[in-house]
Design a protein around this ligand. Structure first.
Ligand code: SF4
Length: 366
């Protein structure tokens, strides 16, 4: 296992090959990237580019677009040219769209071998075209669309069946000298998904794209993804992640980014340390926490800001925070590094926290 050059406790990473998705490296110790997928009709170029811009602003590093029709394929050159982040074309049924995506300048193509008819016959041609254009390919196996041959053999989409499908497709590309591949074996059950990725990680050295498919709406989908990614990334497995939520895609990026921050796999941005509230609370902790989080969301330095509902356990419990507030009797005790520096009326808490944050030099903190 290789180690990432990050401060603090460091998770070891599984060694792998590296692919380049546009300018984003995936695998071989590269920072784990966060990706999502647009929900617009791809043929609607303006709407798709608008959503890609929103995803980019939220921190998305790679974006995937669905290509179910010729109109969508025709839109790919404009989208690939104007997107600020690499665009991956997601092809399910028609090999001809793979060639269109490569010609369009997409940064990568995702194919689902279980869904592409006569895919195996086309591998030589696809490998040639992708190789000439330096376009990596993701072999994306999904439990819901497993190859019929493997379903018959295993009875259902087991971890073994998904891994066999992925490695079989890899072998077809390898026969044609093409190894610019990344793999995914997604299942809606986090336990099966974890087992599949562990198996895959042992049997190949391709970079892995993690995903719990059809994870559902938040909080269910959020928790399923966080649990599964946490286990796998904790073991060094996983090079790029996509959180699948029945929610706007920007939410997927927020969750994915926070998973990586929680594991120390990317530098933390704002961290809110807030108490859960209890019978001792003398302020609406939930409301105050939301206001503080909104006020600090774009603060240029990644601070740890505490919001505590009473003065009993305020500064003491939150002494690891850079600054914070503990409330009582309509007032807020503002503390910096565990020391109370001011007491202000409740209505002034948020602006005072911002004033204190702006007036201090945070460069020396650890
Ligand atoms: Fe309760 Fe105070 Fe602890 Fe918040 S900080 S949970 S209000 S004791």
């Amino acid at each position: 296992l290789v180690e990432l050059g990050m401060p603090g406790p460091v998770l070891a990473r599984r060694p792998s090959r590296r692919v380049l998705v546009g300018d984003v490296p995936v695998g071989d110790g590269a920072p784990v990237s966060v990706q999502s997928m647009t929900t617009t009709v791809t043929a609607d170029v303006d709407a798709t580019l608008q959503q890609i811009a929103e995803l980019t602003a939220a921190g998305c590093q790679i974006v995937r677009v669905a290509v179910p029709s010729q109109d969508d394929a025709d839109a790919l050159p404009a989208i690939a040219a104007k997107s600020q982040i690499p665009v991956v074309a997601d092809i399910h049924f028609q090999p001809k769209y793979v060639f269109a995506a490569i010609d369009a300048g997409c940064a990568a193509v995702r194919v689902n071998p279980g869904n592409i008819k006569k895919f195996d016959d086309k591998v030589a041609e696809i490998a040639r075209a992708a190789s000439a254009a330096f376009t990596p390919i993701r072999i994306g196996v999904n439990a819901g669309s497993l190859d019929g041959r493997l379903l018959a053999k295993y009875g259902k989409a087991t971890a073994e069946a998904m891994v066999e499908s992925a490695l079989w497709e890899c072998s077809l590309f390898e026969e044609h000298g093409f190894g610019d591949l990344k793999l995914s074996v997604k299942h809606h059950d986090p336990l099966v998904m974890i087992e599949a990725y562990r198996m895959l990680a042992q049997r190949c050295d391709y970079p892995l794209h993690l995903g719990v498919t059809e994870a559902g709406p938040p909080p269910q989908g959020t928790v399923k993804s966080a649990v599964a990614f946490g286990v796998l990334l904790g073991e060094g497995i996983g090079d790029t992640i996509r959180v699948s939520l029945s929610a706007p895609p920007v939410e997927e990026i927020k969750v994915g980014s926070q998973i990586l921050e929680s594991l120390g796999l990317r530098p933390r941005r704002l961290e809110i340390v807030s108490c859960p509230s209890c019978g001792r609370a003398q302020v609406d902790v939930y409301r105050l926490t939301e206001e503080v989080a909104a006020a600090f969301e774009d603060f240029p330095i990644p601070l740890r800001v505490a919001v505590m509902g009473c003065v009993v356990n305020g500064p003491g419990e939150a002494r690891e925070a850079d600054l914070g507030v503990s409330s009582g009797n309509g007032k807020g005790q503002i503390f910096v590094r565990g020391e109370v520096v001011r007491t202000v009326p409740e209505s002034k808490i948020v602006e005072t926290l911002l004033e204190e944050a702006l007036s201090r030099d945070w460069s020396q903190r650890c």
